[in-house]
Ligand binder design. Structure first.
Ligand SMILES: [Zn+2]
Length: 343
């Protein structure tokens, strides 16, 4: 266990934020260097994002692929100095997910027989398309894919789907002193936004519902000009109950605005009766959980691979005072070790 705790602390010290390519590479190299000789190791870079694939056997169809990401959200310098207090490791990325990565690396180091592999990537926090998104299209087809993302030691089999839209309103430019001569695109966009907002349900106790977030707006050049163009970006998260194509059609019927589909990611909806998922649940003595956010394994799910998240207990991901429970790390390690033994 000490090895996993130490590795987690070492990984936290790397300032692996999205634009810090040098540090991302340094971190990947650091992990690669400590791997025993019996493992097959592939180091690569896709679109400036380094990755590492560690495999026990030379096959692209292992029983299990573990995934982990080494990138973290930007933080104050101090957060890159790990601290141990009250059985927890504090630091940026401790829970999300350098602890999980360290657990997975340790499992790989110890394994000599089973057909398992680990993919460590560095772009999960910005969508994962160039990491697991890319690697999942390179012919890898495991029986099951598991990400060691923090999941409170529960098994996430469901994650909401994601749709990003750009809404554009057009008007007519005029001087600010004669607004009646123009058509104000920003005002139009505000009206459209309020109209769109009404389509979405209010979120009460049940969070497993479709949501919409207005994340960005852009429009206008100067206070004394009637703007002729305004844009907004919407992040929509949906569940199995929502018909997303119908929603898109509905939005496209709204007059006076243009809808551009920027990206659409399916939801993770893994069969809870899948043999491997059931096996993991039994060993972990845990329950299933629905996750509101999206994780990397959905790229494997998209290709028909049963996929889920299973990782330690932690809190304050992406915030100050992020921590992960050392005892929980140990339990996750033991569970995965036993699970691998059954493969
Ligand atoms: Zn994560």
């Amino acid at each position: 266990m000490e090895e996993i705790t130490n590795l987690t602390k070492q990984l936290i010290r790397f300032q692996t934020t999205k634009d810090n390519t040098k540090e991302l590479k340094r971190c990947i190299n650091f992990v690669a260097k400590q791997l025993p000789k019996h493992l097959y190791v592939t180091k690569g870079v896709n679109k400036d994002k380094p990755y590492l694939i560690i495999s026990v056997k030379r096959t692209k169809k292992p029983k299990l692929i573990l995934t982990g990401h080494l990138d973290v959200i930007e933080a104050e310098q101090e957060q890159f100095r790990p601290k141990i207090k009250n059985g927890r490791i504090y630091g940026r990325g401790s829970a999300d997910m350098k602890a999980g990565a360290a657990i997975a690396v340790q499992l790989m180091k110890e394994e000599k027989e089973k057909e398992i592999a680990l993919m460590l990537t560095t772009d999960e926090e910005i969508g994962g398309a160039d990491g697991i998104g890319y690697l999942s299209r390179q012919g890898w087809k495991p029986k099951i894919a598991l990400s060691v993302e923090p999941s409170e030691q529960k098994i996430n089999t469901k994650e909401k789907g994601v749709m990003w839209l750009k809404i554009i309103a057009s008007g007519k430019a005029a001087h600010g002193s004669t607004p009646w001569k123009g058509e104000n695109a920003i005002e139009k966009l505000i009206q459209k936004y309020l109209q769109i907002k009404k389509i979405f349900p209010k979120i009460g106790k049940d969070k497993w519902k479709i949501t919409m977030n207005l994340g960005m707006i852009k429009g206008g050049h100067a206070p004394n000009k009637v703007p002729d163009k305004a844009e907004m970006w919407l992040d929509i998260r949906y569940t199995e109950k929502d018909n997303i194509s119908r929603l898109l059609k509905k939005l496209r019927k709204i007059k006076g605005m243009q809808v551009k589909l920027l990206q659409k990611q399916p939801m993770l909806d893994t069969d809870e009766n899948n043999h491997y998922i059931k096996q993991l649940k039994k060993i972990a003595k845990t329950s299933f959980k629905k996750e509101l956010g999206a994780s990397d394994v959905r790229f494997f799910a998209k290709r028909g691979v049963p996929a889920a998240d299973f990782g330690p207990i932690g809190a304050n991901y992406h915030g100050n005072n992020e921590w992960v429970s050392i005892r929980s790390m140990e339990e996750v390690y033991k569970t995965l070790k036993e699970f691998i033994g059954t493969l």
